[in-house]
Design a protein around this ligand. Structure first.
Ligand SMILES: Nc1nc2c(ncn2[C@@H]2O[C@H](COP(=O)(O)OP(=O)(O)OP(=O)(O)O)[C@@H](O)[C@H]2O)c(=O)[nH]1
Ligand SMILES: [Mg+2]
Length: 413
């Protein structure tokens, strides 16, 4: 990537994007941060900045997974968090009724993402309103209603009640892999046609029992990346409030190219904030503060990238077990200079390289895109340097993740 082109000669749209990112930090927050760092010593100033970034990672996402007993709720709860059914922290699954009370399962990497395994619906005297009270419906950002065969009256009753309570739900038809396996035995098997038929059938069923404009997502928790996961993910993203979208996108397992791309976008949106903080710190006259904070900020961001794309060592290890590849094979597909570890030495060199390249035209550029704090920033190159560095690292890491993903699902890179 050409470092210059990404920042110095940027288009009007890019400038607008940067300004929008800037808007995501309130003036009050900016003043607070600046105030506290100018009165603190180096270590506490760094902690203030870290705390600020941590705050945004505390946004909670609560997903309620419901459906009839045996429909595959617990298996979905595990797959959605990137876990197998027998891994540590996974929900118990099996052919006999296992889930009796709402239970929260935390995402292994993002503890603020909770996927709730809810009790089965559809028992003879099932009442949707009582059920929703029982599971404390207010706590969920949205519900996923799972059916493994046909949708029944209990599903619509629940959907209508959820809607009445002002919440969102998504219908999922589960275990699509086994339906496809069964259909494959027929002579004129056509996968797309079969999927369309199942989808239409589910929709018709739902219409008949009173849902006006049904949308159904076909999912297999055994092969989550196949079938309708992308559509479901898009819909959830679109309907979530802005500040929760990032949480969802980071937490989703990196199992389709579309999700890979979305993760990159969600991470990119944070670069402006980090760079702005780094620029603010550069205006504080404490010797050594600016570089030290830049390194802390950048290291944290780059670690977030590796985690979000599942390129951290534990995730790679899991991927090896699933795909039959070795760690060496997967690592050989990765080109980012940071793949052997994010340490201070590699970061200092990345930082150095970025600042040399962007230094020449940067002052003018910063003044033009951030008029409000432009004069403050002129003292340091941090805004442009940090964002250039992070954009470059993110591009490399997203590309590595794409290659690893394609290799692990058997597509030649
Ligand atoms: N083929 C296939 N089987 C699945 C899938 N999801 C779940 N199953 C199987 O269906 C059975 C029930 O799955 P669970 O996830 O335990 O179902 P549940 O809805 O949590 O059941 P309860 O806790 O009893 O309400 C298990 O044997 C799972 O292995 C899937 O996507 N494909
Ligand atoms: Mg269960």
């Amino acid at each position: 990537m050409d470092l210059n082109s990404s920042c110095v000669s940027c288009s009007e749209t890019e400038k607008m994007d940067i300004l929008e990112e800037y808007d995501m930090i309130s003036q009050e927050d900016l003043d607070d941060i600046k105030e506290s760092i100018s009165t603190q010593d180096l270590p506490s100033a760094i902690n203030t900045i870290k705390d600020y970034l941590k705050k945004q990672d505390l946004v909670e996402l609560n997903i309620g997974v419901t459906g009839e007993s045996g429909s595959g709720k617990s298996t979905f709860v595990n797959a959605f968090r990137g876990l197998g059914d027998e891994e540590e922290g996974s929900a118990e699954t099996g052919p006999v009724e296992t889930t009796m009370e709402p239970e929260a399962y935390l995402h292994p990497k993002y503890k603020n993402v909770k996927v709730w395994d809810l009790p089965g619906i559809g028992t003879p005297n099932f009442k949707a309103n009582e059920y929703l009270e029982l599971v404390q419906f207010e706590r969920y950002d949205f519900f996923i209603i799972i059916a493994s065969e046909r949708f029944r009256e209990c599903h619509t009753q629940l959907a209508k009640e959820i809607k009445r309570m002002g919440k969102t739900f998504y219908f999922v038809r589960s275990k699509i892999d086994s339906t496809i396996t069964a259909e494959k035995r027929k002579k004129n098997f056509d996968q797309k046609k079969t999927l369309d038929t199942i989808r239409d059938d589910c929709k018709n069923g739902l219409r008949k029992i009173g849902i006006e404009d049904p949308v159904v997502f076909l999912i297999s928790s055994f092969e989550l990346g196949k079938y309708d996961l992308n559509q479901l993910q898009e819909r959830m993203e679109k309907e979530l409030p802005q500040h929760k979208r990032r949480v969802l996108m980071l937490a989703l397992p990196n199992i389709t190219l579309e999700i890979n791309e979305k993760k990159k976008k969600a991470l990119e949106a944070n670069i402006g904030k980090v760079a702005l903080l780094s620029a603010l710190v550069a205006t504080v006259p404490v010797p050594g503060l600016s570089v030290a904070v830049d390194l802390v900020l950048v290291k944290k961001e780059i670690e977030t990238y590796y985690n979000a794309f599942g390129l951290d060592d534990p995730s790679l290890q899991k991927l090896c077990e699933k795909s039959g590849k070795t760690i060496e094979e997967l690592k050989s597909l990765m080109k980012s200079p940071l793949r052997f570890g994010i340490n201070m030495a590699s970061l200092v060199s990345l930082l150095g390289a970025a600042s040399v390249v962007v230094a020449e035209n940067a002052v003018e550029y910063v003044m033009s895109v951030i008029p409000i704090i432009g004069s403050l920033v002129a003292g340091g190159m941090s805004y442009v340097t940090t964002s250039t560095m992070l954009k470059r690292a993110l591009n490399d890491i997203a590309e590595d993740a794409r290659n690893v993903l394609m290799a692990s699902v058997g597509t030649p890179v």
